[in-house]
Design a binder for this molecule. Structure first.
Ligand code: SF4
Ligand code: SF4
Length: 385
């Protein structure tokens, strides 16, 4: 049994907000930003994150949205830059439009972790993606902790991304019966505390301790489990049988839905649009499940069949290299792929199947070496055996 490494969710600067003052608190936050994004109900009671004009539009009891609020930082489609072309002149390139300030309210801890992952992907290397960086800089994240799973697809506890955010937020709210604990995680958060200070009081340390106790209890209520640490070792050490990927590939429709709803997936494509002498380079989401994703200009496709693409997808999500580069697996346990895949293939299932793939084990014992070579420091405890 590998122990689940529980997050350090203790807080140093915490306040309380009576739950019946939450809409006044939202009003105060709205006064401090150009745009306020929040969970809200639309047609057929579907839950989406969208811009709202009034606190009454904000839904406070909500399941995970199908599309993560991370889409306000990495939109499905955006102009990277535009250009004007005139005959006989070089193109006049214009940077992407300025981004106004946004507060994204009610972000669940799994999505907070996904945004941290995207930050490392787009800004953590030698070169930062300036289009992403400008959007990110304009966003303030107000997280809403979970004190129980939002649905039976949630498995954030296995990827150390919930049920409470340990970092990555500016403010975090946790509902404790008739009061919210409000904690600040950044200077921006401190400024919002100042904006709403009339509604807040210092939190009693006993209440904060009680929150910690409830978080520990909440861990036990997440029923979906998958041993990410063990799957990481097997897939990084090349210890998964080809038959597994052929079997999963044969079921997959290559629809790409799992990666298009995944808040961590960062693959994109770019297109040029030119009309009447004005052009734009458009970046849009892509999926490594699409047959054309890896098609090269020569016509050669290194991942021609779905079995190869399925392995690539799972390997990128779970391999030790991803963990080392981005500080976490390429999955935050939001459960969205569980909800959308018509073939009932999802990452918790893939991780669990890798763990159980002893049916194809050749008893070569090289997995013992792979443990040493592939398991990165800190990967222990990202799942339960
Ligand atoms: S959602 Fe399911 S069927 Fe569609 S690409 Fe992903 S694994 Fe394949
Ligand atoms: S792989 Fe699935 S469960 Fe994991 S973050 Fe992506 S959509 Fe959520």
């Amino acid at each position: 049994m590998i122990a689940v490494e529980q997050q350090d969710t203790q807080t140093t600067r915490a306040f309380t907000l009576p739950s019946d003052r939450i809409r006044a608190f939202i009003d105060a936050l709205m006064s401090a930003t150009d745009h306020f994004i929040a969970p809200t109900r639309v047609m057929h009671e579907d839950l989406v994150f969208a811009e709202v004009e009034s606190a009454d539009e904000v839904e406070l009891e909500y399941e995970n949205s199908l599309i993560s609020p991370a889409c306000f930082i990495l939109p499905q489609r955006e102009a990277v830059f535009t250009y004007a072309m005139a005959e006989g002149k070089p193109p006049e390139v214009r940077a992407a439009a300025d981004v106004e300030s946004h507060i994204i309210f009610g972000v669940r801890p799994c999505d907070v972790a996904a945004i941290e992952y995207l930050d490392r992907f787009f800004m953590g290397g030698e070169f930062a993606d300036d289009v992403y960086a400008r959007r990110r800089e304009a966003k303030t994240i107000v997280a809403m902790a979970c004190v129980e799973p939002q649905n039976d697809a949630c498995w954030c506890t296995c990827s150390n991304a919930g049920p409470v955010a340990a970092s990555g937020y500016d403010l975090q709210l946790t509902l404790m019966d008739d009061v919210y604990i409000v904690e600040s995680g950044s200077e921006r958060g401190d400024r919002l505390i100042d904006v709403a200070h009339e509604l807040l009081a210092d939190a009693d340390p006993e209440l904060v301790e009680e929150r910690q106790r409830r978080v520990e209890e909440a861990f036990e209520t997440f029923e979906r489990r998958g041993n990410i640490g063990q799957a990481m070792r097997w897939i990084s050490g090349d210890q998964t049988p080809e038959e597994l990927w052929e079997e999963l590939g044969a079921k997959c429709f290559s629809c790409g839905s799992c990666s298009l709803v995944c808040p961590v997936c960062s693959c994109f494509d770019t297109h040029e649009y030119v009309e009447d002498g004005v052009g734009a380079r458009i970046r849009c989401w892509d999926s490594c499940h699409f047959p054309g994703y890896s098609l090269e200009a020569s016509g050669f496709n290194p991942r021609e069949n779905e079995a190869e693409r399925m392995f690539h997808y799972a390997h990128h999500k779970l391999c030790a290299d991803t963990f080392q580069k981005y500080g976490r697996p390429g999955c935050v346990g939001c459960g969205r792929c569980v909800q959308v895949c018509s073939a009932q293939i999802d990452l918790p299932m893939i991780a669990q199947t890798i763990r159980e793939c002893g049916w194809a084990c050749k008893d070569c014992k090289s997995c013992a070496q792979a443990d040493v070579a592939a398991a990165p420091a800190g990967a222990e405890g990202t799942g339960e055996d």
